[in-house]
Design a protein around this ligand. Structure first.
Ligand code: NAD
Length: 367
């Protein structure tokens, strides 16, 4: 039964050069949107997710329901489960792996450092190991993060800029992932593309992120804490709308070359790429709140705290010229339009009273 579902979900609905993609973290925010986009254009898609309780599991289940409705089956399991992933590769010949499963969040790491090592390092290595041993090897596209730029203050961030000052363990594990990717490309000829996402937001988003938890708290009449960076300067993020990110992910899969399986010794070097996927227009946190107030039609109770918090970087700003050139990536949604769509989704999903049983929330939200 399990096998039948996996085979069905992994079968493309077109017979030209459709892809067959294993999407890890498929019940996550980005994973859900990418899986739907691939399925809609006729690719074969199988999801994998461990449905962990880092944030409300009911939201992951609701995304899974949505995926199911569109013919995407999500296998429940951990990216560290080698036997499980090998079994998936036994029943479906994946041409690509879209690896999005990870432990996200910058402050959660202070209490839960091991979960970052488990998912973002050990899990990543396990995915690479299975791909390396598969014949033919799939091409891999995986999510790194803009957080690798850390305390770098030279903006906008270009891919070649320094990434040796991570401000959180999360950032450090993403940076480590990029170096691990280099070795698997170099030694085993795996085709690997790393995508540095810049603060992704939108419908079906992540409740631990500031735009989402602010929305919840504003509607509840609860005060929201707005922290600053050093010197009391407003924090700013290059907020990027989910549909733009999805286009960048799909273009990365489409342009990934095949793995060469030999680390360049027999059939030429395999592809190794890193791209910024951002929006190129940072917005400060107080302005983010202004926009939310406008669409929620409720005034926020702002608690402005003129102090930096551990883990936060002062600002992010992407230079996307490389993705523009090679992926034809062009973000088209500004924060105002994107938040309008998010609020519309939020109100339809939770209702405006936030009555649904919710993840309790905390002050650990990630920007
Ligand atoms: P998300 O937490 O919504 O999605 C990740 C999914 O992976 C979750 O559903 C989780 O249950 C699953 N998962 C975690 N560990 C797993 C494991 N060990 N085995 C199997 N499944 C596991 O996060 P997202 O926002 O969709 O992020 C997707 C990817 O993009 C992540 O790698 C994240 O680090 C990266 N990223 C996201 C953003 C952003 O702003 N959303 C920014 C930069 C990078």
């Amino acid at each position: 039964e399990w096998e039948r579902k996996v085979i069905h979900s992994g079968s493309p609905n077109r017979n030209d050069n459709a892809l067959t993609v294993l999407v890890t973290g498929a019940a996550g925010f980005v994973g859900t949107h990418v899986s739907l986009a691939l399925k809609k254009r006729g690719d074969g898609v199988v999801g994998l997710d461990n449905f962990n309780s880092y944030y409300e599991v009911s939201l992951k289940r609701a995304r899974q329901e949505l995926l199911n409705k569109h013919g995407v089956f999500v296998v429940e399991g951990d990216i560290n489960d080698k036997f499980l992933i090998e079994s998936l590769f036994d029943v479906v010949q994946f041409t690509h792996v879209m690896h999005l499963a990870a432990q996200a969040g910058v402050r959660y790491a202070m209490q839960n450092p091991q979960s970052y090592i488990h998912s973002n390092i050990a899990g990543l290595v396990n995915i690479f190991e299975v791909c390396k041993a598969t014949n033919p090897q799939p091409a891999i596209v995986w999510a790194s993060s803009s957080s690798v730029y850390g305390l770098n203050t030279k903006v906008p961030f270009s891919e070649a800029d320094r990434t040796d000052q991570p401000a959180s363990l999360y950032a450090a594990t993403k940076k480590a992932g990029e170096e691990i990717a280099h070795t698997y490309n170099h030694i085993y000829g795996l085709s690997i593309t790393g995508l540095r996402f810049f603060t992704v937001y939108g419908p079906w988003g992540r409740p631990d992120m500031a735009y989402f938890s602010f929305t919840r708290d504003i509607l509840k009449g609860k005060p929201i804490s707005i922290y600053s960076g050093a010197g009391g300067k407003d924090l700013a993020r290059d907020f990027t709308y989910i549909d733009d990110i999805v286009k960048g992910c799909v273009a990365s899969l489409d342009t990934a070359e095949k793995s060469t399986g030999s680390g360049g010794k027999k059939s030429g070097p395999a592809m190794l790429r890193v791209f910024n996927l951002g929006n190129t227009s940072p917005v400060t946190v107080p302005t983010l709140v202004d926009i939310l107030e406008k669409y929620l039609k409720v005034k926020a109770k702002r608690e402005t705290i003129k102090m930096p918090r551990n883990g936060d970087v002062p600002f992010t700003h992407a230079n996307i010229s490389s993705a523009e050139l090679q992926l034809h990536y062009k973000p088209v949604t500004n924060l105002d339009t994107g938040l309008k769509k998010f609020v519309k989704w939020y109100l339809s999903y939770y209702g405006d009273s936030s009555n649904r049983k919710l993840w309790p929330g905390n002050n650990e939200q990630t920007l």
